[in-house]
Design a protein around this ligand. Structure first.
Ligand code: MN
Length: 244
C-alpha cells in the first residue's frame, strides 16, 4: 500500500528588500516536512490560495492534514473584539486554514494542528482563546522561550487515556513559543495536557477521527527527541489505518 500523503499548510512571507520589496513567497518550515518524512508520510506542501473549490480539491488529494504554527487567529472568529495585546492577524491566512480544516474534517481525515493550528481547531469547533497569556491570570510560567527551538523549556502533565498519553506517558518536557492559549475548549474536544500553571497544552477530538492540537512545537524537537517524533509517527499511522 502507498504511504499516506500528508498535506502541510503554508503561510506568506513578504520580502523586505533591499530588492524585490513586497514580493510574496509561500512557505512552510522544513521541520514539518522532515517530521512527516521521518513518520512515514509523503509530505505535500499546500500553497495558500483563496479559491475554496480548489482548496477542497487539494484536500481531496491528501490523506491527512498538518496545520502549521503562525500568527494569531482573528478574535472575530470567536466573537470577540481585539484586545490591546493581540498579535498580528491575517484574514487571508484564517480563510485558507479554515477551508483546509473543514474539508479535512468533512472527509474524516486526520488533522494535526500545531500551536496556531491547535488554537484554530479549537475556535472552528466553538472554543475560545485568551488573546494574550497575560489575560489568563493563572498563567505564571514562561511560555515563549524566544529561541533554541529544539530545547524543551517547561513540563506538561498528560491525561491518562488520551492519545498523547499513549505517546509520552504521564509527563514530558516541551518547547514553548506561544503568547496565546485556549480558554474555553470546544465541544467534542477535551484538554489532554497542561503545563504546571494550568495552561492547556493539547486538545483531542473525543470521537473516532484523529484530530489532535498541540500547543508546543514537536516538529522542532523531532530530530533530537524521540517522543516528539512519535506524535507525527502516530498521526501518520492513524492516517494509514483510516486508508485501509
Ligand atoms: Mn507552553
Amino acid at each position: 500500500m502507498s504511504k499516506p500523503r500528508i498535506g502541510i499548510s503554508t503561510k506568506v512571507a513578504v520580502h523586505a528588500g533591499p530588492h524585490f520589496v513586497g514580493y510574496r513567497r509561500i512557505y512552510t518550515n522544513d521541520d514539518y516536512v522532515q517530521a512527516v518524512l521521518a513518520g512515514g508520510g509523503i509530505p505535500v506542501v499546500l500553497p495558500l490560495i483563496g479559491d475554496p473549490a480548489v482548496i477542497t480539491d487539494m484536500v481531496g488529494n491528501i490523506d491527512g492534514l498538518v496545520l502549521m504554527g503562525g500568527n494569531d487567529v482573528d478574535p472575530a472568529l470567536y466573537g470577540e473584539e481585539p484586545q490591546t495585546k493581540l498579535g498580528g492577524i491575517s484574514i487571508e491566512q484564517d480563510t485558507f486554514d479554515t477551508a483546509l480544516y473543514h474539508a479535512a474534517a468533512a472527509g474524516k481525515k486526520p488533522v494535526l494542528g500545531i500551536c496556531r493550528g491547535a488554537q484554530l481547531i479549537n475556535v472552528l469547533n466553538g472554543g475560545t482563546l485568551y488573546q494574550d497569556m497575560s489575560y489568563a491570570k493563572f498563567s505564571s510560567i514562561k511560555h515563549n522561550q524566544e529561541d533554541h527551538p529544539r530545547q524543551p523549556i517547561h513540563a506538561i502533565t498528560i491525561e491518562k487515556g488520551s492519545r498523547l498519553y499513549d505517546i509520552y506517558g504521564a509527563t514530558t518536557r516541551v518547547n514553548s513559543f506561544h503568547h496565546q492559549c485556549i480558554k474555553d475548549v470546544a465541544a467534542n474536544f477535551t484538554i489532554t495536557a497542561r503545563s504546571k500553571d494550568g495552561v492547556p497544552e493539547s486538545i483531542e477530538h473525543t470521537g473516532d477521527t484523529f484530530i489532535l492540537g498541540i500547543q508546543w512545537h514537536p516538529e522542532m524537537m523531532s530530530q533530537t527527541n524521540t517522543a516528539a517524533q512519535k506524535i507525527f509517527t502516530a498521526f501518520i499511522a492513524a492516517t494509514a489505518q483510516r486508508m485501509e
